[in-house]
Design a protein. Structure first.
Length: 103
């Protein structure tokens, strides 16, 4: 008889970032796709480096730790906005050109 592992880790936290265990794919990517209504099967098509099991494991991890991960995601969004604002200050000509292309 083969032994069954009751719980299997799917997520690791390194350097303040949650990732799929042994992969370079962030948990953020999976969670945002899930929150946007994508099914695990469609997420798997977008991330061929992951198995369907890993995607379900990541979603399960998120659901089991929703408050902590939601806080982590909000902090990441705030950091992104701060970096974006600083980049606009540091590179005003670049952003002027980008805005001109949008119009």
């Amino acid at each position: 008889m083969t032994a069954i592992t009751p719980t299997k880790p799917y997520i690791e936290q390194k350097e303040g970032c949650y990732r799929i265990l042994g992969k370079r794919v962030s948990l953020d990517s999976i969670v945002y796709a899930f929150l946007n209504g994508n099914s695990p099967e469609s997420i798997a098509q977008s991330f061929p480096a992951l198995t369907l099991e890993e995607i379900y494991g990541a979603i399960t991890f998120y659901l089991a730790n929703r408050e902590t991960i939601d806080t982590y995601l909000k902090e990441g969004e705030q950091l992104f906005m701060q970096l974006q604002q600083q980049a606009k200050i540091d590179n005003p000509l670049l952003y002027q050109k980008l805005e001109a292309l949008e119009h």
